[in-house]
Every structure is written in structure tokens, then in C-alpha cells.
Ligand binder design. Structure first.
Ligand SMILES: [Zn+2]
Length: 564
């Protein structure tokens, strides 16, 4: 069995080798397939993990997981690898994992966007939002400051440029830190702070930030409330236009057994749920209650708060996000979907209860001091670099320094990576175990007349979620009820009951009251997780009747009863 490393980030070739090693050495539990090619032609890998000896993945409820749709969010890929590692290491020792692999399946896509990740992992890194395809124009006008590692040390830091019109000055309390100049302050020594990079066509006076040539954001390209460039930047020319998104949409759409989905991102340390674009009041109430229960469990196991993207994770109060994977999974398919933002540098530094995105606009200087202390101690001084002189090709004498954000803010540095990942698998296994699961209650035959039999099959949903998973899935007409099928022996025929019939959905326990008080409806416990099907069979000879009950999300039950 391969033993992956969790103190480093894998480049594509190493990642591929690791996954192929698992496929070779652990074939009873792990299968690997390419679901499509990235823009640059790299395979997009999906691992299917289940105990194949208890049935194929397609006949079991499943959890979808993916990472690294955004180029520089490398730890999101590691989160997928860490789950793979945890499942396979404990497949015969941990009772929850054993039960989960016997009865459920995982589809794990560790790197949705291998092209962009490869640039972030290069010796001289380039940070793109996601795809490497040039967009929105084929021939970009490249003027201005392009963020890049200009001194070739593998880090992208900040440039500190002495400038009487600058907004920044050196802090009196901590000379490594910069603080904003007061509103009416003048006559001091000020600096301009800009991302490390070079300036194309510099005129010696004006510095503007260069629009990147590759402006796609694959997590705006999903076919859910998609909006074009005039309303939302980077969403692509049409929904699902990009090969990476197409591959995911096709695979997920072809796997109706997917009950839930989790997209890993970095950073913030938060479990984000739909909607991204509208208020909680727009939720079907039962689905919102479900999300709140699953989120509360997630918080208790991961220590990440669970919040609505719309209410708590907006980049600007007047702007919303659409076309994201989690919204598409919930809105179009009725799957329970999350965006999990890994890693909170602020919380690591002891800053609690901060507002995720607003914090960047405004926060007390004490927070910067806490972060610097955290850098000095936990990050061994490698997160925040003290200012050092550099001869810039366009700007002349400047200084480089500040946060090495790629491995402090965006991703944990290698030595803190595993500790961050360990908080996840328990919730992920729990999330898969709550899915609906069809099981046999009983099946029998009873002779009621000469050569006439009553054949009965009763199945039940043993999962916590209802067979349909969410009310949204019903509203979108995505999910059929339990479909029964009967196969008769030779010469036998059906006197009543259909050979192939759809019956109702099965409830789970998710919507039942948390206490036995209240009105009868909420606290009672009817057998609405069971469904019974009966046939009357005429059979002139003894034989075997084969019965099947199938639910797209809850799985398949097969059994046989004898007529004798
Ligand atoms: Zn992201």
C-alpha cells in the first residue's frame, strides 16, 4: 500500500503515480479513471472507493469530493488524498469506515484543475485563479504590473517602494510591519506596497495592476444561475464551456447515486453551504433544517463554523456568486453540497470570531501582531519575510518582503498540513453514512391456492436521510421512488401486480423531531421508511422468483424466493 506524504504538496506526475499505485495495490477497494482531459490535456482523475466485494459502486449511495479547482488552493488536493489514505489505512479496523465502505461509495477527484496547480507548484510559481486558458480575449493587452516571483527564490512576496505619496509607513511598535498612514498625516517617510512582479511597458510614472491573461474561474462556470462576463467575471463563454467543468458535470450527472458533494477550497476554515446568491428564506425549509443539522455535526467534528455563503461569505455586499459547484449540486440535483474552505491562519494565530472576508478590509493592528507572533513561532519565521533590498528591473532600488501568502495564508506550510487535514475524515465518513440505504426487511412466498402464490417483498431505508435526500431533488423531478421488479420462473405468470413498478419514496429519520414532545405529527415515529410490494403469481411448477428493489440514490436489493 502506498504511503503518501502530508508534509509537502504533490505535483501532477507524483500525484498520478500515487493514485496509480493505489489502483494497483488496492484494487478491491480503489479504482481509478480519467473522467476527461484538462485544457492542456492532463487526465482529470477520479478515484472510486468502496468495498467492491459487497457490490459495485453504482449500486450504493455515494459522496462526491473534489479539490483544487482553484490553482493555488493546493491543500484542497491534499484533503482528498488524506481522505483516500484514511479510508484505505482503516478499511478493516475502523468500524465506521468498514461499514461505510461496505455500504457506500466515495468518488474523489483530487485535482480538478491540474494545469493551474502545476503553475502554482512550479519552482518559479505563477498564481492563476484557475484554468490556464487565455480568457476572455485571445490576445490580451499586457500592460502594467504582473504578479510573479522576480528574484527567483520561489516565493511571491510584496514590493516596498519608497514614495512620498504612498499609503504605508513602518509601524512604531514593530518595524517589520507596515501600517496605513493617517488620513491627514503628511511629511513622514511613506511607502507604496505592491505585489512582487515586473511591469510591462512601464512609463516611469504610472503603475497599474495588469489584468491577467487567464481570467477564467472554473467555479463560476457550472450550469447554475450562470451569468456572463458583463455580470460576473471569469464565468466562461457559456455554462459548462470548460473541459474541466464539463467532465465533472457529465460524471456527476451520470451517477444518480451521488447523494452529497463536497468541494474543497482554501482558505478560511469554514463549511459553506448554498445558496451563494440568495437568502436562506428562499430555501425549502426542510432542506435548510437539514443543512443546519449536518453543519452543526460538521462544526463539532472539524471546528469549522458552518455558514451560508450568501449571508456570511460575500466578497462585496452588492455582489453575489453564481455558477459554483455546490449551488449546482444542490439546486439542479438536490444533493447536499458544501464548499469547505480549509485552514484559517487567523484562528491559528489566536484571532477568533473574525468576519471571513470583511477582516481583510479592516481589522485591528493587534491582529497583525498576533499573526507575526504566529509566524515567528509556529511558522519558524518562514511565513513573513523581513524586508530585504532588491534591484528591480523597472523600479530600481526597492525592497521585497511581507507575507509569503501561498504557504502561510492560502495553504498551510508543509509541517502544519497534516494536522489541518486530520480534522476532516470523521465528518466526511459520517456525511456518507447518513445517506439513504435500501435494505431488505423481508421477502417471502405463501401458497394461497392450487398453483397460486402470494409473493411479497418489503424493503426499508436504513439511512438517516430520506431516499430522495432533499425536497429540492423532488422539486426538480430528479429522483424516482423505489422501483420493484419481479422475474418469474418458466411457465409462471403474474395474476396481479406489475412486473416493473415504481412505488413511493422512503423517509429517513432526518426530519423527525429531536425530542418526544410536541404535537403528534412531529414526535411520532411511523414506519414511513418501509415499503411493501405484493404480487400474485400463477406457477404450475415449483421454481424460483427473483425480486429486485432499486432506488437510484439508496441502492439496490436483490433476493430470491422459492415457490414450492
Ligand atoms: Zn477556491
Amino acid at each position: 500500500m502506498p504511503s503518501p506524504r502530508f508534509d509537502t504538496y504533490y505535483r501532477y506526475a507524483e500525484l498520478t503515480e500515487l493514485l496509480q499505485d493505489y489502483a494497483k495495490n488496492c484494487a478491491d477497494y480503489f479504482r481509478l479513471q480519467s473522467i476527461g482531459k484538462s485544457f492542456e490535456g492532463r487526465d482529470i482523475w477520479v478515484a472510486t472507493i468502496t468495498n467492491f466485494s459487497t457490490g459495485p459502486d453504482t449500486e450504493k449511495p455515494a459522496l462526491w469530493l473534489d479539490g483544487n479547482i482553484h490553482s493555488a488552493e493546493l491543500a484542497s488536493s491534499s484533503a482528498c488524498l488524506y481522505l483516500i489514505y484514511t479510508l484505505l489505512e482503516n478499511k478493516t479496523s475502523d468500524p465506521d469506515i468498514m461499514r461505510c465502505l461496505d455500504t457506500r461509495a466515495f468518488y474523489i477527484c483530487p485535482r480538478v484543475n491540474p494545469d493551474g496547480a502545476e503553475l502554482a507548484l512550479a519552482d518559479k510559481p505563477t498564481i492563476l485563479r484557475s484554468s490556464t486558458r487565455t480568457y476572455p480575449f485571445d490576445t490580451p493587452l499586457s500592460d502594467g504590473l504582473l504578479t510573479e516571483d522576480i528574484d527567483g527564490d520561489g516565493r511571491i512576496l510584496s514590493m516596498r517602494i519608497s514614495d512620498p505619496d504612498g499609503n504605508w509607513k513602518i509601524s512604531d511598535d514593530e518595524p517589520r510591519l507596515m501600517v496605513p498612514r493617517e488620513a491627514t498625516e503628511h511629511g513622514g517617510h511613506y511607502y507604496r506596497l505592491l505585489p512582487e512582479g515586473s511591469i510591462t511597458n512601464y512609463d516611469g510614472i504610472t503603475i497599474k495592476l495588469q489584468a491577467k491573461s487567464q481570467n477564467l474561474d472554473l467555479n463560476r462556470n457550472f450550469p447554475s444561475q450562470w451569468r456572463g462576463e458583463h455580470e460576473q467575471l471569469g464565468a466562461g463563454p457559456f455554462p459548462g464551456s470548460e473541459p474541466e467543468v464539463q467532465s465533472l458535470v457529465q460524471f456527476i450527472s451520470e451517477h444518480n447515486n451521488i447523494c452529497s458533494g463536497i468541494a474543497f477550497h482554501c482558505y478560511s476554515g469554514v463549511l459553506l453551504r448554498p445558496f451563494s446568491y440568495q437568502k436562506d428564506e428562499q430555501f425549502i425549509p426542510e432542506d435548510l433544517w437539514l443543512y443546519q443539522k449536518i453543519g452543526a455535526k460538521g462544526t463539532s467534528l472539524t471546528n469549522y463554523p458552518a455558514v451560508s455563503t450568501y449571508h456570511d461569505f460575500q466578497y462585496h455586499p452588492n455582489e453575489v456568486i453564481t455558477g459554483s459547484l455546490d449551488d449546482w449540486l444542490y439546486e439542479s440535483l438536490g444533493a447536499v453540497a458544501w464548499t469547505v474552505e480549509l485552514w484559517s491562519p487567523q484562528r491559528q494565530a489566536g484571532i477568533s470570531n473574525y468576519k471571513f472576508i470583511d477582516w481583510y478590509r479592516e481589522h485591528p493592528f493587534e491582529d497583525d501582531l498576533k499573526l507575526l507572533k504566529w509566524n515567528d513561532e509556529a511558522l519558524k519565521g518562514e511565513g513573513y519575510v523581513d524586508w530585504y533590498p532588491f534591484q528591480h528591473p523597472q523600479l530600481g532600488h526597492i525592497e521585497l518582503g511581507g507575507w509569503n501568502t501561498l504557504y502561510s495564508f492560502w495553504n498551510p506550510p508543509g509541517h502544519l498540513l497534516q494536522q489541518e487535514l486530520t480534522r476532516l475524515p470523521q465528518w466526511l465518513v459520517w456525511h456518507n453514512l447518513i445517506s439513504p440505504k435500501l435494505e431488505l426487511y423481508e421477502a417471502d412466498s405463501l401458497q394461497i391456492d392450487k398453483n397460486v402464490w402470494r409473493v411479497r417483498m418489503v424493503v426499508k431505508n436504513t439511512g438517516w436521510l430520506s431516499s430522495y435526500v432533499t425536497k429540492q431533488a423532488l422539486a426538480k423531478k430528479k429522483i424516482r421512488g423505489v422501483v420493484f421488479n419481479i422475474a418469474l420462473p418458466d411457465k409462471a405468470e403474474l395474476k396481479s401486480g406489475k412486473q416493473h413498478i415504481e412505488l413511493q419514496q422512503l423517509e429517513g429519520r432526518a426530519h423527525k423531531s429531536t425530542s418526544p414532545f410536541g404535537w403528534a405529527g412531529a414526535s411520532s415515529d411511523p414506519t414511513d421508511e418501509r415499503v411493501k410490494m405484493e404480487w400474485i403469481v400463477y406457477a404450475p411448477e415449483s421454481g424460483i422468483v427473483e425480486l429486485t428493489a432499486k432506488h437510484e440514490r439508496a441502492g439496490v436489493v436483490r433476493c430470491a424466493v422459492e415457490l414450492e
